[in-house]
Design a protein around this ligand. Structure first.
Ligand code: ADP
Length: 321
């Protein structure tokens, strides 16, 4: 059994990271382990910015977005020398295990650390992108998709009033999950994602037809940033169709906000599972959910294999538009 562990949040922040931190800290203490909090991810670990936590340290945070532990990016940690220094800062406090809450980059960092040094690591997927292999949930993805749906609803009102085309660009450089899920749930006519080719000429022709035949009063298009710039695509569509088009870029609003019930509950559940497992000797595992059930994914697989968009959702997006 591990006697002392540590927790960090790293990389891009996501709503629910605090709920996960709270669950990790309280589970560790309940299981009889000491727990250190690492401030500002790997950067803080290298700066020796650690403090011992107790149950009170995580009071009043379950409802907050962002992360009270802070997060950062660290180039130095990407070098073996940096990771040795990071390990030394853990070793001098007798920390034997680490819970990393972060996206694929942070989990990759955790894997490099445990490969090179005798430290156990478990991961909790903290990212709004839901782009990690082997699971269909990441902490923050529910809150972010609901934020997008809220924006879609508002755009729909104004687009409908003016019979315009409304375009919403959302986050997702390599993965279109957010655009796809929020687009389907928001009733978008078109959803453009980096994983799927699209034909802009065809889209323009179809929209022109829809307006001509009065089949649509307005059209809503959701674009993942990795599929192209919403502003640029909007200009092209307006030029080719002659229909008034407005593009909005949602930006960092998607990252913030109080986490939804789903993100709070799942972060609590996964935080508890990961911590219990780590203390009992488990390492190299990322904890999440698949089809609603708990799943533990090998850390190496989670950071090396590519997650694909669910083809059923892709078909649905087209069929219901
Ligand atoms: P996210 O976790 O949100 O994907 P990043 O990709 O920025 O965010 O990763 C966060 C941090 O994890 C980086 O700043 C770096 O310190 C560490 N990291 C990322 N990739 C690696 C890697 N291949 N090896 C070691 N550390 C890494």
């Amino acid at each position: 059994m591990l006697k002392t562990i540590a927790v960090m949040t790293s990389g891009g922040d996501s709503p629910g990271m605090n709920a996960a931190t709270r669950a990790v800290v309280r589970t560790a203490i309940r299981e009889g382990a000491r727990i250190f909090g690492i401030c500002n991810g790997y950067k803080g670990l290298l700066a020796d910015d650690l403090f011992e936590m107790n149950t009170r340290s995580v009071s009043d945070i379950i409802q907050r977005g962002g992360t009270v532990l802070g997060t950062a990016r660290s180039k130095e940690f990407e070098t073996p020398e940096g990771r040795t220094m990071a390990y030394e800062n853990l070793k001098k406090r007798d920390i034997q295990g680490l819970v990393v809450i972060g996206g694929d980059g942070s989990l990759r960092g955790a894997q490099a650390l445990t490969e090179e040094h005798p430290i156990a690591v478990v991961g909790l997927p903290g990212t709004i992108d839901n782009d990690i292999y082997g699971m269909d949930y990441t902490i923050g993805s529910d809150t972010a998709s609901n934020t997008i749906i809220d924006a879609i609803n508002k755009l729909r009102d104004t687009a409908s009033a003016h019979q315009r085309i409304a375009i919403l660009e959302v986050m997702g450089r390599r993965c279109g999950w957010l655009a796809l899920i929020a687009g389907i749930s928001g009733g978008a006519e078109y959803i453009l994602v980096p994983e799927e080719k699209f034909d802009l000429d065809k889209i323009c022709d179809e929209i022109s037809e829809m307006y001509k035949e009065s089949r649509k009063r307005y059209v809503l298009i959701v674009i993942a940033e990795g599929a192209g710039s919403g502003i640029e695509i909007g200009k092209i569509i307006e030029e080719r169709t002659g229909i008034d088009t407005r593009a909005s870029v949602l930006g960092h609003i998607q990252r913030g906000g109080s986490p939804t019930m789903v993100d709070r509950l799942n972060a609590s559940l996964l935080g508890q599972q990961a911590t219990r497992a780590l203390i009992s000797g488990v390492s190299n595992v990322v904890f999440s959910l698949k089809r609603g059930a708990p799943v533990s994914v090998n850390l190496h697989d989670a950071v090396t294999k590519k997650k694909r968009l669910d083809p059923e959702y892709l078909r649905m997006a087209e069929a219901l538009a």
